[in-house]
Design a protein around this ligand. Structure first.
Ligand SMILES: Nc1ncnc2c1ncn2[C@@H]1O[C@H](COP(=O)(O)OP(=O)(O)OP(=O)(O)O)[C@@H](O)[C@H]1O
Length: 339
């Protein structure tokens, strides 16, 4: 089912939480709404679900204007963070609940067979008779997802579905969610404030700030060509290096970077830690090592420059640097923005 938002707005009392958002989600696509806390992600999801009505604009499901259609008639399944399962019902009863109360009447045998099918699909075989308190957090989220999928929704909405789980379980569940999404050919929209989760899972990422869409594109597009300082800094660790632009180049001491779109004057180079290098000899930005952080995938140096700014560099594990050592930072790649 294709979903279209046309100039959708929502104001709570006097606070404009969503400000004229237009967005298209193709049938079968998986889209992430990504943004900082308070940017309006959940409000958009709730309006698509029918749990909240917009006060401006339209929401279309296929060709149908769904703006005012009540939640139970929209054919959406949703899973929220910590979405409480019914504690007094078994896993199987939780999964079957939506089918029991649905307007579409199903026989007991039909419900039991669908529940079994979902237990298999969600890798919950053998757990149908347990109560929610007797299974792990990751299993509970899979039950919540099974419950959402039980009524054959055409649209699946997920709000921080794996928020409360530890990093490894999250990673496993998100790969698995992607498989389920593809297997069912469903249209999925999920909300997250976790950049890695959005980029890892979605076909397309929609980045929000203060109730507006500030950029959207494939993970590759938004990662490689963030269109603003906000998106660059939001998507990952970023160093901000003051520079000045002269005739298409950003200059910091002896370093020059191409800056074809910047105008002459004060600017800032935004560079990821992996885009900076550490050399024992100049030219470069003179700096002193403050901390060395070793990680499985490399080494991060935190250095302090003469201008008393801190920079973070990801270098190969072989790079020799110890706390107190002096050297030079070079910039391999960076985005230049006028300030
Ligand atoms: N029912 C409400 N009444 C008043 N203000 C609300 C209501 N719901 C949301 N808001 C406000 O609207 C803004 C957007 O909230 P929303 O939950 O959509 O943000 P979010 O991007 O999902 O944030 P988070 O990641 O923290 O969940 C916030 O400033 C919030 O305080």
């Amino acid at each position: 089912m294709k979903i279209k938002l046309e100039d959708v707005s929502k104001t709570f009392q006097t606070f404009r939480a969503v400000r004229g958002v237009s967005l298209e989600i193709e049938s079968g696509e998986m889209v992430a709404l990504l943004g900082p806390s308070g940017s309006g992600k959940t409000t958009i999801l709730r309006m698509i679900a029918g749990l909240e009505y917009p006060d401006g604009g339209h929401i279309l499901f296929g060709d149908t204007d769904a703006t005012r259609i009540p939640v139970r008639e929209r054919g959406v399944g949703f899973v929220f963070q910590n979405y409480a399962l019914f504690p007094h019902m078994t896993v199987a009863e939780n999964i079957g609940f939506g089918m029991k109360v649905s307007k579409t009447k199903r026989s007991k045998a039909e419900i039991a067979s669908r529940v079994n099918e979902l237990l298999g699909l969600m890798r919950l075989d053998g757990l149908g008779n347990r109560f929610p308190s007797q299974i792990s957090g990751g299993q509970r989220q899979r039950v919540a997802l099974a419950r959402a999928l039980a009524v054959d929704p055409t649209v699946l909405l997920l709000d921080e579905p794996f928020g409360a789980l530890d990093a490894n379980v999250r990673r496993d569940l998100r790969r698995w969610l992607r498989e389920i999404h593809e297997e069912l050919g469903i249209t999925s929209l999920f909300v997250t404030h976790d950049q890695e989760e959005a980029l890892d899972l979605a076909d397309r990422v929609v980045i929000l700030n203060e109730g507006n869409i500030v950029q959207q594109g494939t993970p590759e597009e938004v990662s490689r060509a963030p269109n603003s300082r906000f998106v660059t800094t939001f998507l990952g660790d970023t160093n901000r290096i003051p520079a000045s632009v002269h005739d298409g180049s950003a200059v910091v001491g002896e370093i020059r970077l191409p800056a074809p779109n910047a105008t002459n004057g004060a600017a800032e180079i935004l560079a990821r830690p992996r885009d900076l290098d550490w050399q024992s000899q100049g030219p470069g930005i003179a700096a002193r090592v403050l901390r060395v952080i070793d990680r499985p995938d490399g080494r991060r140096l935190v250095v302090s420059t003469d201008a008393e700014a801190h920079l973070e560099l990801d270098v190969a594990p072989e790079v020799v640097a110890s706390v107190g050592a002096t050297g030079f930072v070079t910039i391999r790649r960076g985005q230049v923005f006028n300030i």
